[in-house]
Structures are given as C-alpha cells and as structure tokens.
Design a protein around this ligand. Structure first.
Ligand code: 3PG
Length: 400
C-alpha cells in the first residue's frame, strides 16, 4: 500500500487516529469544531469505500477516566457532518469494544472513548498499543495535531498494525508545512511572532535557512531591541536570550535574509484592555511603558515586503490581539495574507494563536492552508521529525 487511496478498504476494519481535541465550554458544548470538520474527508472516504471505521482520539489531558473528558459531546456533530449515525463505545479496548466492532456494518463508524483515559496511551505502552491494533486490519493516522507525540495510538500501534498510512489531513498538512516550506515559490517570507524568543528559537533558526524575508513581531521583539541597545521600558524581555538575539540577527545578515523588526510600536502603561496607549518609534520606549503591538509604520513596511512574495508562512501574533487596542498589527497581517491569497500567493498559517487571529478577522477561508496543529506544526517547522509520521509505511516528506 502506497497511500490511503491505493488501499483495499471494502469490508476492512480501519483504525483511524484523528485529533478531535476540540474546545468544550462548561456545558460540554463544542466551541470550535474545526478539528472535527478537518477529519471528515478521510472518514467519509473510508465510509464511501465500504470500510468499517474505528475512530480514535484524545480529548484534553485527563488523568484517568474523567467524565468531563468523555467524547460523548462529539457524537452529534460527527454524525451530522458525516450524515450517518455514529456509535460510541464507552471504552477504547476490551470486550464491549470488540463486540461493537464485530457488529459494525460496512460504512459504519464507531467512536472509541477517549484514548487518554488509559495512562498507557501517553506512555506508549506496547501492550496497550497491541490491544488497539488488534481491533483492526489497517491503520490510518490523520491526527496531525498529535503527530508530535509518540503515544500508543499515534506511534506504538504502527508496530502491530500494518499497513499504516497517512490520512488526507495529515498528508495535506505535510504537503504545506514541509513541501511548500522546503521548496517554496520565491520570494518566500516567514512572519514569526509570539511573546517569547525562547519558544520560537527553533522555528526562527530553521526558517532562516529557507526564507528570503523574515518579519518579526510580538513580545519577542523587545529582546531583539534590547540586544541592539534600545530602551524597552517595562516590555517583556528575556535577559538570558539577548546574546542569542544578536546571533540570530547576524545569522540573517550572513545568509542574506532580509530580517525586518518593527520600526514603531504601540506602548501601554499597563497590561490591560483599558490601558493608556500611544505609538512610539522603536527607539522611543520610555520607562514605565510596555510594547504590546507593532505600530502603523511597521505595518506599512511589512505590507510592502509581503507584496513582493510568492509564499508566506505565519506563526505567532504581532501583539496582544485579544485586547482590541493591541490587535491592529495582527489583524493587518491577517488581512494582508488574505489579500495575497486572492492574488495566488501561497499563504500558510502555522498553528495556534495565528489561526485564532485569522478566524477572528474572518479570513480563514481564503488562506491556502491553516494548520490544525499547534505544537505539531511548530515542531515540524523547527525541522523535527514527528514520531506519528515517521512511523508510517509511506515515503512521504517528513521534515522541512
Ligand atoms: C493539541 O491540542 O495541540 C493536540 O491535540 C495535542 O494535545 P496535547 O498537547 O495535550 O498532546
């Protein structure tokens, strides 16, 4: 079997590991069903080809069996999106599950209970993985969001269940996050934001090897400012990363990457939605003020740089966009990328907060690709090999 489309599926029991780790509110209502919708094409394909689908996911980080992490709230939405009644098991291994699998019709879907109710899942326990594997004839991993975890249902199971192939979502994520990034249409720009340099070092270093333009925003820029001798007031600074920031700037220069830091910032007198705020040049941050967004000049410069590109990848917000006063920079990037998408530029939103930003602005639908993985997309962009991907049989691109 090369991939899912060449697998013989009729009447086969297929264990599908998806990442249906969706947010639920206090009433157990799904507040964002993106991950469920993203998992549908693979499941639908399996149904349409007469497979018996055994669907598995984790939800949250439960310590043992915890009712509030049950998958029951997912069943109605899954059934609605698939157009069939999805059955749910109360466990993910054991006799009850085995008998439900035995009575599963071709084209039927059985949702197993939260696989993390067993501590053996995260321990990648071989005996547990073997029990999961024993339920099926074929393994499909479509859980991109969990592919950076070497867990029993993402990695261990492949040792006992062959063939093990990628689902359509996993494949698409890799096509964009690995394919488009390692072999981009140029010029290729990376926009990296977020509050801490420390959590983005790997991504910056890795993207510096690939991109032509690197735009930096978010709280991390103040560490770069300070490294350049600028005053940063009470902005967030990682003192132990000053040297690293200097090195990254030097590295960009040596590689001929055009690295742009914001030339102006929105500063506030406190970290609060109702703070007093003003726009100052990068060199004009006074004591008692903290930078919480990039300023209008920076937006203009970033937009001009982005106008020259053919591929853009974005990871991390430009400011504290949850607060309206400090959302303009992040929203400007989202809008610019939407505009560029319309002109045929490949636009990739790599996980986490930047996804929330494009959704807030209402432009998620026009991007070339929006990753469903936070941690997973970050690790992939850092150049790491994801355990859930490397464990599969196929020769798919595994690293940037
Ligand atoms: C995520 O939400 O990033 C994935 O579902 C992985 O969840 P985890 O961080 O709890 O492993």
């Amino acid at each position: 079997v090369g991939d899912l489309t060449s697998a013989d599926l009729k009447g086969k029991k297929v264990f599908v590991r998806a990442d249906l780790n969706v947010p639920l509110d206090d009433n157990q209502t799904i507040t964002d069903d993106t991950r469920i919708r993203a998992a549908i094409p693979t499941i639908k394909y399996l149904i349409d080809n007469g497979a018996k689908v055994i669907l598995s996911t984790h939800l949250g980080r439960p310590k043992g069996v915890t009712p509030k992490f049950s998958l029951a709230p997912l069943v109605p939405r899954l059934s609605e999106l698939l157009g069939i009644e999805v059955t749910k098991a109360d466990d993910c291994i054991g006799p009850e599950v085995e008998s439900l699998v035995a009575s599963l019709p071709e084209g039927g879907v059985l949702l197993l209970e939260n696989v993390r109710f067993y501590k053996e899942e995260e321990k990648n326990d071989p005996e547990f993985a073997k029990k999961l594997a024993s339920l099926a004839d074929l393994y499909v991993n479509d859980a991109f969001g969990t592919a950076h975890r070497a867990h029993a249902s993402t990695e261990g199971v492949t040792k006992f269940l062959k063939p093990s192939v990628a689902g359509f979502l996993l494949q698409k994520e890799l096509d964009y996050l690995v394919g488009a990034v390692s072999n981009p249409k140029r010029p290729f720009a990376a926009i990296v934001g977020g509050s801490k340099v420390s959590s983005k070092i790997g991504v910056i270093e890795s993207l510096l090897e690939k991109c032509d333009i690197l735009l930096l925003g978010g709280g991390m820029i103040f560490t770069f400012y300070k490294a350049q001798g600028l005053s940063v007031g009470s902005s967030l600074v990682e003192e132990d990363k000053l040297e690293l920031a200097t090195e990254l700037l030097a590295k960009a220069k040596a590689k001929g990457v055009s690295l742009l830091l914001p030339t102006d910032v929105v500063v506030a007198d406190k970290f609060a939605p109702d703070a007093n705020s003003k726009i100052v040049p990068a060199s004009g941050i006074e004591d008692g003020w903290m930078g919480l967004d990039i300023g209008p000049d920076s937006i203009k410069t970033f937009n001009e740089a982005l106008d020259t590109t053919q591929t853009v990848i974005w990871n991390g917000p430009m400011g504290v966009f949850e607060m309206e006063k400090f959302a303009a920079g992040t929203e400007a990037v989202a809008n610019k990328l939407a505009e560029l998408s319309g002109k045929g530029v490949t636009t990739i939103i790599g996980g986490g907060d930047s996804v929330a930003a494009v959704e807030k602005v209402g432009v998620a639908g026009v991007m070339s690709h929006i990753s469903t993985g936070g941690g997973a997309s970050l690790e992939l962009l850092e150049g790491k090999v994801l355990p859930g991907v490397i464990a599969l049989d196929e020769a798919i691109p595994v690293t940037v």
